[in-house]
Design a protein around this ligand. Structure first.
Ligand code: SF4
Length: 570
């Protein structure tokens, strides 16, 4: 598919010939497009590469290779891969040769740079239509259909749009990213003189995660707000992103400013943008995304200005009601708390946390989509330990075979057997039991997923049993408790809130992203020897995570929590 790499801030991306944008720029933050092309930003601080993203890219590449091999086998003599090592220019030249020869299917195609318009891109497959001309096809690793009807599809082994039929079992799951990428390739094919003529509206195909069909998109159909077609939406967006990039490359006033949005979490420019936003006291530090934009438009551009508003009063008339995001009163309280240097404030006098005679804090470590390799558990007996009770303390149930591995099923089954064994013995003795985690989505997903993937393995529960555990009031999500009873100015992550309870991780580099780097080393994922030190580090990290949830709930149940000011006291 079209590469995710932004155009560089020099050379092809911003040189004499002007900027060259790949399709990724169309769905990226506009400020990111600016920074990617601003030569003066070349030395600015950037975040380390996100290992989860790197893993997703590696998985996508593997998926693509698999699909390519299957297609090649089915296509026989029609299949023409661009198998030229070296730079994109060489592959573009080979693609041009294959187009000139009229090759029916061109795999791994690189299109000629469209310097006039400022585009660059490559297609997983170019499909030649009867009568000449090519349409693009992308291979992606996400779902592209839902149950339903109406998608225009062909078999994967028959990737020709002229044979597409209305699918009685699938409806399109729309992905703006795919549609815009297909539109960019369509414009590039037109610029190269390789687009079909006289074949009706432009089309492009996508093969998704399940690789069960090719979905063919009509790029003129009105899928976008206001009934705009994909090509029209693409042209407008491309013109905007190109203007942003060109202004940046030429050192003209920036056409895009930083504003905190969801994408910031995984953006390499976050350290730079964060510093700018902090220095400007920008309102988006507290009110992210669209909420921040609306506040700024209404003249509330800083955290200080937001803090001045009356949380109990009506929403200022210039703001839309309801304002998206958190309630208005919460936004003002967050702004005030931040202004006073507080990371946490309480919403109510007491903070109810379910407690039990026997308690287990649980934390799972996973590696991208590859699997969950470690289940950690901290057992405590607040109601008093009785004879026959399991030894209190931390336990780890882990596999150190590189994921994906069936040994993951073994370690999960052992964890499950131990956890439910403690629960059942506790309840059988007439006592109460509770298990805790922080943000149950991940744990629930992997418990259910493991039960499904390793069904039938020794000790493996059924998904019905796992669901019953999840639905039991004895499974407590502390993230939900924190969300309900506190406002947190720096986010509600465990690493942010546990320090308020006096907890500190032993490892100063403890964090989800770092743990993924340690994991690679711990299992020798990159071809090296497994690193026992990193294994110990992961175990300590996991042990600290469960100790943190334990410390957090002890704190919330104690009078110490009253030291945190109430929202009404700000
Ligand atoms: S950190 Fe956020 S605002 Fe800055 S470029 Fe990235 S996504 Fe855009």
């Amino acid at each position: 598919m079209i590469g995710d790499q932004a155009a560089p801030a020099s050379g092809d991306g911003a040189g004499r010939a002007g900027v060259l944008l790949d399709a990724g720029a169309l769905t990226r933050c506009r400020r990111r497009v600016h920074l990617d092309h601003d030569p003066s930003a070349a030395g600015a601080v950037r975040a380390l590469p996100d290992p989860a993203l790197e893993q997703r890219r590696a998985d996508a590449s593997e998926h693509r290779e698999r699909i390519g091999a299957a297609l090649a086998e089915a296509a026989g003599g029609s299949w023409h891969p661009v198998e030229v090592p070296g730079p994109a220019g060489a592959r573009a030249a080979r693609t041009a040769e294959l187009v000139a020869e009229g090759a029916p299917l061109i795999w791994d195609a690189v299109l000629p740079l469209d310097r006039g318009a400022g585009r660059r891109g490559s297609a997983d497959l170019l499909v030649r239509l009867p009568g000449g001309g090519y349409v693009p096809l992308l291979v992606v690793r996400r779902r592209i259909t839902d149950p339903g009807e109406g998608a225009r599809t062909t078999a994967v082994t028959d990737p020709f749009p002229q044979r597409a039929r209305t699918d009685p079992d699938r409806k399109v799951r729309s992905s703006p990213r795919d549609l815009l990428a297909l539109a960019q390739l369509t414009r590039m094919l037109e610029a190269a003189g390789w687009a079909p003529s006289g074949h009706g509206p432009p089309v492009g195909g996508v093969i998704g995660m399940d690789a069960d069909v090719v979905v063919w998109h009509d790029l003129a159909a009105g899928h976008w707000p206001g009934g705009r077609g994909t090509m029209a939406e693409y042209d407008a967006r491309f013109a905007d992103r190109r203007a942003v990039a060109e202004a940046a490359a030429a050192g003209r006033p920036a056409l895009a400013q930083p504003s905190r949005i969801t994408e910031c979490r995984r953006c390499p420019w976050w350290p730079t943008c964060e510093a700018e936003l902090e220095a400007a006291d920008d309102v988006s530090i507290v009110a992210h995304g669209e909420t921040g934009r609306l506040l700024r438009t209404a003249g509330v551009g800083t955290v200080a200005a937001l803090a001045e508003l009356d949380p109990a009063g009506p929403v200022p008339p210039e703001l839309p009601v309801p304002l998206p995001g958190p309630p208005f009163a919460d936004l003002v309280a967050l702004a005030r708390a931040r202004g006073q240097g507080r990371s946490v404030v309480r919403r109510s006098e007491s903070v109810p946390v379910p407690r039990a005679d026997v308690e287990v804090d649980v934390d799972m470590e996973s590696f991208g989509e590859s699997g969950a390799y470690l289940w950690g558990a901290l057992l405590t007996h607040p109601g008093g330990r009785r004879e026959g009770d399991a030894e209190p303390g931390y336990r780890a149930f882990a596999t150190w075979e590189p994921l994906p591995t069936s040994d993951e099923g073994r370690s999960f089954a052992e964890f499950w057997t131990w956890l439910t064994g403690v629960r059942d013995a506790t309840r059988a003795s007439g006592r109460t039991f509770a298990a805790y985690c922080y943000n149950e989505q991940a744990e629930n997903r992997w418990m259910l997923g493991s039960a499904a993937r390793f069904a039938g393995a020794p000790g493996m529960p059924s998904t019905v049993q796992v669901q019953a555990f999840i639905d039991d009031p004895g499974w407590v999500d502390l993230f939900a408790v924190v969300s309900r009873w506190f406002l947190c100015t720096h986010g509600k992550g465990l690493k942010k809130i546990a320090p308020a309870a006096g907890f500190a991780w032993r490892d100063p580099e403890a964090g989800g992203e770092n743990s993924m780097r340690w994991y690679r080393d711990a299992v020798g994922m990159d071809g090296g020897e497994p690193d026992a030190t990193q294994r110990e580090r992961l175990l300590d990290y996991n042990a600290d995570d469960v100790a943190a949830t334990h410390a957090l709930r002890e704190w919330m149940s104690s009078d110490r929590v009253r030291e945190v000011p109430l929202v009404t006291e700000l």
